[in-house]
Design a protein around this ligand. Structure first.
Ligand code: BGC
Length: 768
């Protein structure tokens, strides 16, 4: 695999400008702070190929559904992550020529994403068609301290001329979504205004009525000294700019510092937005660029304290894991329970809505171990608050009595997916939501969550499963017909082993939690029973019957669980025998051919073995792994990590490492040939899992942290921090053995290779 970006422990570096690679770089160099984010578009005009992207978390547009053949039950709209006003823009005119890297001769081009301190830097020289040569340096970031703000320092040095330089910072709300279904523009203008050194645009989304005020304030410096601005406002629909013409002198730097902010009506009254925006702009410009940059470095240092994974002996792996952790922290900070983690975060439009099962199945473990428990709690509360809509969604499909089907993709709780084989059939997502509750509680011991919120969600999910199965007179078993498992390369199948297993487990876990809640707070339990009209005796009797009589497809001869009843009817071919010219299948084969083949997109049976590994002996896991992995094409970014963890568990260190590399450098090396659309944010949590749960062998067993680590052969050591129930540990695995250092909190007993080890506060234990 060609490594386009330079390898560095803390930076992603691009040297030389390659327009063909620009959209990929725009994704990889994306910036965000949980509240807003953007692709790494250029500040100045660029007429080459680009995907412009600025996003404000939680602000979406319900784009009217577009399908070829409408099916009853389809959602009316697809809630899209919305391309919002561009606040980075700075047009540069050199005498009368526009600076545009698609038209200039570019040299010395370098982009650098500094992940340690959280900023993007770009340097280049550009020669215009008329021969004017300039040198440019820009630094920008989305503030982690003030999450509604961002700033840019843009410096130009004329290298071979004295002459007029026109600098026009602007805010442009006249933007479109590339994936708009009907080529509509999603924003209307509410108001705008310009002053001598700034301006704002307030926009309202059509239909949803979100209002976002985006503003700027700027300062100009020549040779480092602030200069007075004589400016000219420019206004057109949804656009404001302030044009400044100055006399530039050869060798003398001219700098514009542009402060920007995005405030949304999610957090303020619409009529107060401009006043609050001005306050924010004043506050950050009073602070100044240097102070903001220093604060940014401190905020990131704090994040890295808990999040970093240090790998010694392999810079490429080190860079990759930090890139994944960096992007996850840029996407979601856990401050706001209305927000979630879109598969593309703030790096692109694809996948529309912000929430998939990815959050519960992949992201939750990352946030549990690297952030305060309130972060994961907020992710769970997001779903709790959308329970009503999940119940409505199930009702629309014909379910009743408070059964809930959470959407395949959503922002506000409403189902947005509109392909019947996924919308109606890929229902395993419901189980992932229950699993996340289980995972959260086993990790944090926050049983109060179950009492106040968790059980209500669990019962609604259990109700769904109990209605979704049916009794087969033929098999004398409960069956689940017409589903799609995690492997989206077969649809409308019967008895997906993973879904059946998960459904039965959900009912089992719900009953376990009912007992816990009764014990913890009888009164609250009674109130819940009343609120949701829960007939415990009757409903749990049904759950028990289903659990005892569920059909789990199994092949006696191979002794493996069958992905679905008909899986072995398919022609059995292995991926190793599939010519590379056919890959990726989803780009090279017709859908029909994919559906009839035995090739698997991502972990399916193996996803179940990963979730419920304690229920199966190692040989069962091995047989299934050895059967399914060779049939898996890993064409979902979510696939390699689960395989890495299972391979590690099976002691296959080489394969575990191979899968790890595939997930870790997926976007940096553009493995799936789709990074130009945005980065695979949710699978980045899977990368973290590959290291901590795979190589570190970390699990929670009966309320205790347990480690079963090994050191990948290429590495000298790796170490990670993990917070667990108020205690912070640093775990280091090196050629000398395992060191666990207690950094914060109370004494803790952990299991290392199955043996209990007490780690006292501030102490270190070393095991060879
Ligand atoms: C995967 C799904 C996933 C979605 C969003 C699809 O390609 O098959 O499992 O939820 O991407 O990441």
């Amino acid at each position: 695999m060609k490594q386009y970006f330079k390898v560095d422990e803390w930076k992603i570096i691009e040297e030389g400008f390659d327009p063909h690679h620009h959209k990929i770089a725009e994704s990889v160099f994306s910036l965000g702070n949980g509240r807003m984010g953007q692709r790494a578009n250029f500040e100045e005009a660029y007429s080459g190929e680009t995907l412009q992207g600025n996003y404000v978390a939680g602000v979406y547009y319900p784009d009217k559904t577009r399908v070829g053949w409408w099916k009853n039950g389809y959602p009316e709209y697809f809630a899209k992550v919305l391309n919002a006003a561009n606040w980075i823009g700075i047009d540069i005119l050199i005498e009368n020529e526009q600076l545009d890297l698609a038209k200039c001769e570019v040299s010395g081009f370098r982009r650098e994403l500094n992940m340690k301190e959280g900023y993007l830097k770009r340097n280049f020289r550009a020669k215009t068609e008329g021969g004017k040569l300039i040198e440019v340096e820009t630094i920008r970031f989305c503030s982690m301290v003030d999450d509604e703000a961002g700033t840019i320092q843009y410096t130009i040095i004329p290298l071979n001329f004295n002459g007029a330089l026109t600098i026009t910072p602007f805010i442009d709300g006249d933007v479109v979504n590339e994936d708009a279904n009907y080529n509509e523009k999603f924003w209307d203008e509410v108001k705008k205004g310009t002053g001598k050194d700034g301006g704002y645009v307030q926009l309202r989304t059509k239909k949803t009525g979100f209002e976002v005020a985006t503003g700027m304030k700027f300062t100009l410096l020549q040779e480092g000294k602030v200069i007075p601005v004589s400016s000219q406002p420019v206004e057109r629909e949804k656009y404001i700019a302030v044009k400044v013409v100055l006399e530039a002198a050869q060798g003398k730097p001219v700098t514009i510092i542009k402060y920007a902010a995005n405030l949304s009506s999610q957090n303020y009254k619409a009529e107060e937005l401009i006043e609050k925006l001005q306050e924010t702009l004043q506050r950050i410009s009073d602070k100044g660029f240097e102070t903001m940059l220093a604060e940014q470095a401190t905020a990131w240092a704090k994040k890295w304290e808990n999040n970093d994974i240090i790998i010694e002996g392999d810079v490429s792996a080190q860079q990759a894991i930090r890139f994944n952790i960096f992007q996850l922290n840029q996407t979601y900070t856990g401050e706001d329970d209305r927000l979630n983690i879109g598969p593309k975060g703030f790096t692109g439009e694809k996948y529309g809505g912000s929430t998939y099962w990815d959050t519960e199945a992949y992201c939750v473990p990352f946030y549990l171990s690297t952030a305060d428990q309130k972060v994961t709690r907020n992710l769970l509360l997001y779903r709790y608050k959308q329970l009503g809509k999940a119940i409505e969604n199930a009702k629309l499909l014909g379910f009743k009595d408070g059964a809930a089907l959470y959407p395949m993709v959503t922002i506000d709780g409403t189902e947005c997916h509109n392909e019947w084989e996924i919308t109606f059939e890929e229902i395993h997502r419901n189980g992932a939501i229950a699993y996340a509750i289980f995972n959260y509680v086993r990790y944090t011991d926050d049983e109060a969550y179950l009492v106040d919120y968790g059980l209500e969600v669990l019962i609604a999910i259990a109700r769904f499963w109990s209605q979704r199965v049916n009794w087969s007179g033929e098999r004398k078993k409960y069956v689940m017909l017409g589903v799609t498992g995690p492997n989206e390369y077969e649809n409308n199948i019967n008895n997906n082993w993973y879904t059946n297993t998960l459904a039965a487990w959900c009912m089992e876990y719900t009953m376990e939690v009912i007992e816990k809640v009764k014990l913890a707070d009888q009164a609250k339990y009674a109130a819940l029973v009343n609120k949701i009209q829960f007939n415990e005796e009757q409903e749990t009797a049904k759950y028990k019957d289903i659990i005892q009589n569920m059909h789990y497809p199994y092949d006696e001869q191979l002794q493996v669980f069958l992905q679905q009843d008909g899986y072995l009817d398919k022609e059995q071919v292995l991926v190793k025998d599939l010519p590379m010219a056919y890959r990726p299948l989803n780009q090279k084969w017709s859908w029909d051919r994919i559906l009839r083949s035995c090739f698997i997109k991502q972990a399916d049976v193996l996803q179940g073995l990963y979730f419920f590994e304690d229920r199966y002996d190692i040989e069962t896991i091995r047989r299934n792994f050895d059967f399914y992995e060779p049939r898996t094409v890993h064409e979902s970014s979510l696939s390699p990590c689960v395989h890495a963890i299972l391979a590690a568990k099976l002691g296959d260190e080489a394969r575990a490492y191979e899968f790890y590399l595939r997930t870790a450098r997926l976007d940096i090396d553009n493995y799936n040939n789709d990074t130009q659309d945005g980065c695979h944010i949710t699978s980045m949590a899977g990368t973290w899992m590959s290291v901590v749960q795979g190589f570190g062998g970390m699990r929670v067993r009966e309320g205790q942290l347990s480690f079963h680590p090994f050191l990948p052969g290429k590495w000298q050591s790796f170490s990670f921090n993990v917070s667990f129930r108020g205690t912070l540990l640093n775990v280091k695995i090196s050629k000398n053995g395992v060191n666990i250092e207690h950094l914060l909190g109370k004494d803790l007993t952990v299991l290392v290779y199955g043996k209990e080890q007490l780690i006292k506060s501030n102490a270190i234990i070393s095991l060879s």
